[in-house]
Design a protein around this ligand. Structure first.
Ligand SMILES: C[S@@+](CC[C@H](N)C(=O)[O-])C[C@H]1O[C@@H](n2cnc3c(N)ncnc32)[C@H](O)[C@@H]1O
Length: 316
């Protein structure tokens, strides 16, 4: 029990890491995010390869979000699993592209901190204020008109239905699930239960997952031992062996189909003008290191229902 709590604390600390990396890259001008600084203090310097990797991650995911919003015409919902301090909701509101509902889930200790930051910063809380609804807070949960932040351990599936109902979920709407570096921390059997449940409840949905891949090779093994030395068990790492295992994780758990790309492919599919711009932000001493990093992360997508299948076939 004590060991499990220590693991969970190390897992929750990965949110600080991800948020700091994002803030640092934003500060250098890789992409724009006027909201990340409300959640993260001044970060320490990160290597240029890391910053470019984060750029590819953020843009690769945004690509699917944009296609989904276009296809669902503002009538879809987004459910961010293990959302951490992600700012996607505020970025979408800023550009007038909000979905019908936006739900963020994470451990209660993380959502409590996120609630605190939201309450503290006028720019964040004011965005949630609408004429047609009040904002309800508890220590760990926040419910506004079309934004819900909910504390839950994703391994406890019995609570999920109840928590999603509190978040005014609509099982019949087109739904995009997002999991950015999350499932790798959840053991395979709990992930199977979660994916089966989601696929049975949401007939018209797409799952977008960003995480490690090619973990069995030498570079992958070094990445794993670095993460493990920080106390992260990586209970779901067996599904990060290859693009095939990433896809199979979905298809054996009830999803109609899936696809996956390494981040090398995602990076190369980004518009050339954007790549040229960010490649001038910082000099890269060793391009080889960037390629190796990008080869060890991927975006995997899975779908249920014909409409969202089309969105999932091609990257870029
Ligand atoms: C690497 S962070 C990524 C955060 C965010 N998705 C991003 O990309 O900025 C992983 C997140 O997954 C959350 N997480 C991992 N396992 C979880 C679980 N069993 N239940 C709820 N959240 C979990 C962690 O608390 C953490 O916030």
């Amino acid at each position: 029990m004590i060991k499990e709590m220590a693991d969970d604390e190390a897992i929750q600390a990965t949110n600080d890491d991800a948020s700091e990396c994002k803030r640092y890259a934003v500060q250098l001008g890789y992409w724009s995010d006027p909201f990340i600084n409300f959640f993260v203090k001044q970060p320490t310097r990160k290597a240029p390869e890391i910053n470019r990797g984060y750029y590819a991650r953020v843009k690769g995911i945004e690509n699917f979000i944009e296609k989904f919003l276009k296809l669902s015409g503002g009538k879809g919902q987004i459910i961010n699993l293990g959302a951490g301090f992600d700012t996607l909701y505020w970025k979408l509101r800023d550009t007038g592209k909000t979905p019908a509902n936006f739900i963020e889930l994470d451990f209660p200790s993380i959502t409590a901190k996120k609630c605190y930051h939201i309450k503290k910063h006028k720019q964040l809380i004011d965005t949630l204020n609408t004429e047609d609804g009040e904002i309800r807070f508890s220590t760990t949960d926040l419910h506004a008109a079309n934004y819900h932040l909910v504390g839950i351990d994703l391994r406890h599936i019995s609570e999920l239905s109840n928590k999603l109902t509190q978040a005014e979920v609509n099982f019949n709407l087109p739904t995009l699930f997002l999991a950015e570096c999350v499932l790798v921390y959840v053991d395979s059997s709990a992930t199977s239960t979660l994916l089966k449940w989601l696929s049975s409840k949401f007939p018209n949905s797409i799952f977008v997952s960003y995480e490690q891949v090619n973990m069995k090779d030498k570079f992958g093994q070094v990445m794993l031992s670095n993460l493990r030395s920080r106390g992260c068990l990586l209970a779901g790492v067996e599904d990060c062996e290859s693009l095939e295992t990433q896809q199979r994780r979905f298809t054996i758990n009830g999803w109609e189909g899936s696809n996956a790309w390494t981040m090398v492919e995602v990076y190369d599919s980004l518009p050339e003008t954007d790549r040229n711009r960010i490649e001038r932000v910082e000099m890269l001493d060793e391009r080889e290191l960037l390629i190796q990093l990008l080869q060890h992360y991927c975006i995997a997508v899975a779908w249920n229902g014909q409409i969202l299948k089309n969105l999932s076939i091609a990257q870029g």
